[in-house]
Design a protein around this ligand. Structure first.
Ligand code: FCX
Length: 434
């Protein structure tokens, strides 16, 4: 109800007016030159999308509605005094552009809980898959099964005008965000805990409940989950999961269809699955060399990985050119709660060893670590050691960013996304005539 109040609607109108003004007054302003390199290089550096909820600066990292991660950790309401932000607060911020009060966050926690009932057929769909199917496959199957309750699809079918489509989008996105923790924890308990699922605890906030339903009630793990869900929520529009959700949504596919597509992109090893790969790699180092590994042994291991044709997961980035602030805040968390953890100590050494080696390769644009280098070992420390599962939690969190933007996409009436592609012959001819 909070987003549908009068203030929200008037804010929406003022945003639409600004968009119209921008288009009519500045529609022809050039934003840069597109080079052949950019076309052949995965569209890197082409500004091509409006993204309301967040912006990544190559040096500073992510800002959610203008607030950096350290700022969010200061100003967003927490469950524990001086603790990690509640992701509901971030969701509020992404949706409205305003920092919520603790009361507003508590109301949103309750609203999400009230929306969290998952229809029984969803679990049947997941159960139809072999238990050995990758957790991300089971998770997306669950999301697709949730789709049958889409308000958007019904409303569109009933001819709801374009200007009102944001309303069922809002309903779907909130329902989707609310229902992911039970679906995600079902997948975990099905695969790793003999299918013994755990009921939600109505007294807990969103992230704490997710942790509880997974089977982890240590207060430090609850704090970790609040941090995890907050920092993975959004990373501007061009990353694969966000862009995919926005692209599919632009066809007026409903939020479930759009977000299932996001999650499929997240399941790629160069994107979200990198957290699984990064932790498996850390574990493989310890397995091969023991935990008292020397710097020289580490350098050898990194070179061996690179020479075998693999990338070093958890390092590098498409946009960032410094250490990812999402890595840094997880490092701070580790220094506070688990400084002696052997995997954390190993990663701290790698933080020094890997960047100079990647720089030496001469082609890597950003040798510094990203979010995925760190997240797995934190979860592992508190007992969530099933590495193949970790990207599912990234997915739960990403629903907040993709969902918030989808609501704004429909509210602003953003059009079908349809960039132009060309053939190699077209490019060759074009360049010849230049
Ligand atoms: N290890 C080895 N090689 C790397 C590398 C790494 N960590 N990072 C980049 N490179 C290589 C690229 O593979 C590319 O080589 P090529 O020209 O032979 O194909 C070259 O360096 C230039 O790539 P660059 O422009 O720096 O990076 P891109 O924008 O193309 O790719 C990713 C960015 C993130 C995909 C890349 O750095 C990578 O593969 N990193 C490891 C995987 C990873 O951690 N992904 C998670 C990223 C993120 F945080 C997320 O989405 O979750």
């Amino acid at each position: 109800a909070f987003f549908r109040g009068l203030t929200a609607v008037s804010r929406l109108r003022s945003r639409m007016d600004r968009l119209k003004k921008l288009k009519s007054e500045h529609g022809k302003v050039q934003l840069g030159n597109i080079t052949v390199d950019m076309v052949l290089g995965g569209m890197r550096g082409i500004i091509g999308m409006l993204w309301e909820t967040s912006l990544v600066d190559p040096e500073e990292g992510i800002r959610f509605r203008g607030l950096s991660i350290p700022e969010c950790r200061k100003v967003l309401p927490t469950a524990v005094e001086g603790g990690e932000p509640l992701p509901e607060g971030l969701l509020w911020l992404l949706l409205t552009g305003k920092v919520p009060t603790k009361d507003q966050v508590d109301a949103l926690s309750k609203e999400l809980l009230a929306r969290s009932t998952v229809p029984a057929h969803v679990y049947k769909v997941i159960d139809a898959l072999p238990v050995t199917a990758h957790p991300m496959t089971q998770f997306t199957a669950g999301i697709m099964a949730l789709q049958v309750e889409s308000e958007f699809q019904k409303a569109y079918g009933n001819g709801l005008p374009k200007s009102k489509l944001w309303e069922p989008t809002y309903e779907d996105c909130l329902n989707l965000i609310a229902r992911l923790p039970p679906v995600a924890s079902y997948v975990y308990r099905r695969i790793f805990k003999d299918g013994k699922s755990i009921e939600a605890d109505d007294s807990l906030d969103y992230a704490a409940n997710l942790s509880h339903m997974l089977g982890f009630d240590d207060p430090r793990m609850l704090e970790l989950m609040r941090l995890h869900v907050t920092i993975h929520a959004d990373h501007e529009g061009g990353n694969i999961s966000s862009h995919t959700g926005h692209l599919v949504g632009s066809a007026l596919s409903d939020p479930y269809l759009s977000f299932a597509s996001s999650v499929n992109g997240l399941a790629g090893p160069l994107h979200g699955l990198a957290n699984q790969e990064a932790l498996l790699w850390l574990k493989s180092i310890i397995q091969e060399t023991g935990s008292d590994v020397t710097t020289d042994q580490l350098k050898d291991y990194v070179w061996k990985t690179l020479k075998s044709g693999k990338v070093v997961h958890g390092f590098g980035h498409g946009v960032l050119r410094r250490t990812d602030p999402r890595y840094l805040c997880q490092r701070e968390f580790a220094l506070k709660y688990l400084p002696e953890d052997p995997l954390f100590q190993l990663l701290s050494k790698l933080y020094e060893v890997v960047p100079p080696i990647l720089t030496e390769l001469g082609k890597v644009k950003n040798p510094w670590p990203n979010v995925d280098a760190h997240s797995g070992l934190l979860l592992n420390h508190f007992g969530l050691s099933e590495t193949r599962y970790h990207t599912v939690l990234f997915g739960v969190s990403r629903s907040m960013g993709v969902g918030s933007q989808l609501i704004w996409d429909r509210a602003l009436g953003l059009p079908l996304e349809r960039p132009k592609s060309v053939t190699m012959e077209w490019l060759e001819n074009y360049c010849k005539n230049k």
